[in-house]
Design a protein around this ligand. Sequence first.
Ligand code: GLC
Length: 434
Amino acid sequence: MTLCLLHRLARPIALLVVVTATCLGAAQAATLRLACSGLGREQQLCRSAAEAWGRKNGHTVELVNLPEDAGQRLQMLRRGFAETPQAIDVVQLDVVQLGALREHLLDLKPHTRGAERQHFSSMVANGTLDGKLLALPWFIDAGLLYYRRDLLEKYRQPVPQTWEQLQAVAQHIQTAERQAGNPRLWGYVWQGRNYEGLSCNALEWIASFGGGTLLDERGRVTVNQPKAVRALETAAGWIGRISPREVLDWGEEESRTAFQGGHAVFMRNWPYAWALTQAPGSALRGKVGIAVLPGGGGSGRQAATLGGQQLAVSRHAAEPALAAELVLHLTGAAVQKERALKASYNPTLNELYRDPEVRAANPDLGMLLQAFYSAVARPSTVTGAKYPEVSAEFARAVHEVLSGRAPAGGAMAALETRLRQILGSRDKATADGP
Ligand code: GLC
């Protein structure tokens, strides 16, 4: 601005017009389009933080609504980038989607002024491909077990540590409550629709039974093994017993709605569901607890799938530097803290886990941190751009087993063949991933 003023004083009037326009141009109002997911309160929070940044800086941010379903979001983004690449400047990406969209994303490194160093290194690594920082972390997720504290107390039942225990406790309370006039109560609700969320649930079952993570770190298919088969048979046994058949069509919000409506003892969901079940007006306020998901198969471990979201800038953006500023703002401490306090989206910034307000708002933060550190990653790094296809095949095979259309053993054998085809003729993933 000082420079502009000097120019203005030194030059003739004719030039004044041009210079003034250039100066204004430097701070010219821009319109950025930001694509955010619609799961839970994501859209609403995304809009308020982005619009506040726009007002403060004299820019307009237009929201592009992405579907609730992670797989549909990816499809929409792929189509959008192919057909109208300039329609989105900043985009929310699932931690497993970077490989599939990498060619459309800008390297943020020249714009971040080192901000990435404040985030969990695992999340930054997830946003980095071939040395390029293609996304900054926004929030971290891990699968959790939600339970009705009031019902466990009423029936003097423990928080289950194993799937066998969960089944027994769920069955016990479900039967007793139904007899006592609560006919619509189910033991356990989760995400069983044929989509990315089912891949997350099934990975937890399989990993907790000691059955691996679908592929090993070298990309070799490991899913066709007895422990994975046992895990899937266990889950299939819940359908119609402790889980309603409808769970086969449910994603995060359908299971949360059932749980929050008082129709389930246990629920598997992400941390965002915590704030909603505890919101003023929720029938479950004060009646819910969260815990790590149960372990399986005797020697099995307790496993949570690692999830989360990040923000990236399109390399087709007309104003890449400005778009990167918006990303820095949204992933920065003020916005992450607000989202943690209002809606239990868990920060990716180390410092916020020491923040007294964040700690007070979430008494289970220590347990959550533990869950994040020990969470199981989906094989998206080793499969790169092929991850969506790999996951889609996995979810489809698991859905067949849960629906009773295929035995678990046969489905896993067929899945292994299919995954080998996708990943190349050898049993190793091809070099598409990093
Ligand atoms: C959550 C997680 C994400 C996962 C999705 C599955 O949004 O953050 O990583 O892919 O759920 O439905």
